[in-house]
Design a protein around this ligand. Structure first.
Ligand SMILES: [Zn+2]
Ligand SMILES: [Zn+2]
Length: 131
């Protein structure tokens, strides 16, 4: 049992690293493809299971875009996402002046909810697709 636990931990770390190295808000399939070359022993089911686990423990951030696809982000600090309608890539948006955070705080007060988490996404065209 100890040996298999150790193997699980190593595989989980490799899957986490893959998301980080890809650095593109990878989908599970992109992680599977990425690992297939380097670590063919890690199967598709293992990747999916560990990505779910890592997002439940908060080590990865799970993002659902407007197209029903799930992506994983290794950046767990507060930031927002922009989805390109054309290339479907997801970009980070940084709220440098805390404008969005302030707006969301106001929303919390005026509507009387206790907002514990939120997910803000923008969509449009990225600078490459705009041309
Ligand atoms: Zn684009
Ligand atoms: Zn992100």
């Amino acid at each position: 049992l100890e040996v298999s636990n150790k193997r699980n931990t190593i595989q989980r770390q490799l899957i986490y690293n893959a998301v980080k190295e890809l650095d593109i808000h990878a989908t599970a399939e992109q992680v599977v493809e990425y690992l297939a070359e380097k670590h063919p022993a890690i199967g598709r089911a293992t990747v999916y299971r560990n990505l779910s686990y890592l997002s439940e423990t908060g080590e990865l951030l799970k993002i659902c875009n407007f197209y029903g696809t799930t992506h994983y982000d290794h950046n767990c600090f507060e930031h927002y996402h922009f989805v390109c309608n054309n290339c479907k890539r997801i970009f980070d948006i940084f709220d440098t002046d805390n404008k969005l955070s302030n707006m969301l705080e106001t929303f919390d007060d005026t509507n009387g909810f206790d907002v514990l988490a939120y997910n803000v996404s923008f969509s449009g065209l990225c600078w490459e697709c705009k041309e």
